[in-house]
Design a protein around this ligand. Structure first.
Ligand code: SF4
Length: 396
């Protein structure tokens, strides 16, 4: 028997990859422990800062356990960002589908097999798709995760059934570019999968991790609106609200087409987004255009990513905007985001909603607004919003 720990950095897809490794080692009879024989660090490389943090986490992990596996996006990055780590660190540069097997093969199986693992949260992330075939000029993800590919719909539904049986009440369908989801054999696109997933007994809420604006189709919106278990939250990356910057990024839409697809959803969906600040061609006017689109689209939450050039991408050698300007624009966006989310929360005061409590005292309501409630984790509860604070909606 080997003891192990798994840590991940980065996005929800990295979380599902870490989960797959963890479950595979548990199924092979190994035991999870903080200071185990093996440490696995699932790394991220989406920005320079993410690589720095991944390298730091890997070198910290290498202090005690005899074996450390450094895996996923950072490990697949051109230039071998983890080359200088101690000799007990092994870099596993494999596709996500192969990583758990590679580590499990190295660790070996025991005769004592744990059939199931109970995850510790009310929310489970279920990967339905990996990779991306879009090639945005700044993005390293297609280089480290490969082209888009999808899981079979039947396998996804089976995993959701298993998560619900484990006690999870909410499932987040997760992928790098969810709208590319296809199960050609079953004839399923994303909206078909959502409809099938929503029929799983005992599932209280179903959410999409994020969706590119080109994939916010009429068929998708119709399915989301017609399916009660689907959360009224959509995360639709904008990256910039300026057409010149969007062109330089090789994004596949304009500010106007983003607004055309997303604008009509602002009343019944809570809309959040990603924005890159300080892209090489972003001047003050372009940044102003981003602020206008955010306002017009009714976006209530912005994940801000200060631009950093990534190796192997089209813009790898370009970084014209000074760090101080990136910092200033980031602060402006974060303030806009905070004000917009509090404004949405205020509009809910007096109304009732179902909050799924994630950990004692805190959960999320139907549109993914945070609710502060006096209840233990696990059960959904109907609550009335009585006030707001900087952390969320205070519920009675
Ligand atoms: S859509 Fe663009 S930004 Fe998103 S993962 Fe694909 S290449 Fe990267």
């Amino acid at each position: 028997m080997t003891t192990f720990s798994v840590k991940f950095l980065g996005c929800k897809v990295s979380h599902t990859d870490a989960q797959a490794i963890r479950e595979r080692l548990l199924a092979d009879g190994h035991v999870e422990a903080d200071d185990g024989d093996i440490a696995i660090v699932n790394t991220c490389c989406v920005t320079h800062e993410a690589v720095r943090k991944s390298r730091h986490a890997s070198s910290r992990a290498a202090r005690t356990p005899p074996r450390v596996y450094v895996t996923r996006c950072g490990a697949n990055l051109a230039g071998n960002a983890f080359a200088a780590l101690p000799a007990n660190v092994k870099v596993i540069a494999r596709r996500s589908e192969e990583t758990a097997d590679a580590i499990a093969g190295d660790a070996g199986a025991t005769s004592c097999v744990n059939a199931e693992s109970r995850l510790d949260r009310v929310r489970a992330f279920v990967k339905i798709q990996d990779g991306c075939s879009f090639s945005c000029n700044f993005c390293v993800v297609p280089l480290v995760r490969g082209a888009s590919r999808s899981r079979r719909a039947a396998d996804v539904v089976r995993e959701i059934e298993r998560r619900v049986a484990q006690g999870h009440r909410e499932v987040v369908l997760t992928g790098i570019n969810l709208g590319c989801y296809r199960d050609r054999e079953a004839g399923f696109r994303l909206h078909d999968l959502i409809a099938a997933a929503a029929r799983v007994d005992g599932l209280a809420r179903l959410r999409l991790s994020s969706i590119e604006v080109n994939h916010v189709t009429d068929a998708l919106v119709e399915t989301l609106r017609a399916t009660p278990v689907v959360s009224r939250h959509l995360h639709v990356p904008l990256q910039s609200g300026d057409d010149g910057v969007l062109r330089a990024m090789a994004r596949r839409y304009t500010a106007a087409s983003y607004l055309k697809r997303v604008g009509p959803l602002r009343d019944d969906f809570n809309l959040t987004t990603d924005v890159i600040v300080g892209f090489p061609t972003e001047d003050d006017r372009a940044f102003g255009n981003t602020l206008s689109v955010l306002r017009e689209a009714g976006i209530t939450g912005v994940h801000v990513f200060p631009y950093s050039p990534r190796p192997g991408t089209v813009t790898a050698d370009a970084d014209a905007v000074p760090p101080s300007v990136k910092k200033e624009r980031s602060a402006i966006l974060r303030a806009v985001s905070r004000d917009a989310s509090m404004e949405r929360w205020r509009r809910k005061v007096g109304s009732e909603d179902v909050v799924l409590v994630d950990r004692r005292g805190r959960g999320y309501d139907d549109d993914y607004s945070p609710g502060l409630v006096d209840a233990p984790a696990g059960e959904p509860g109907k609550v009335r919003a009585r006030d707001v604070s900087e952390e969320g909606i205070l519920a009675a």
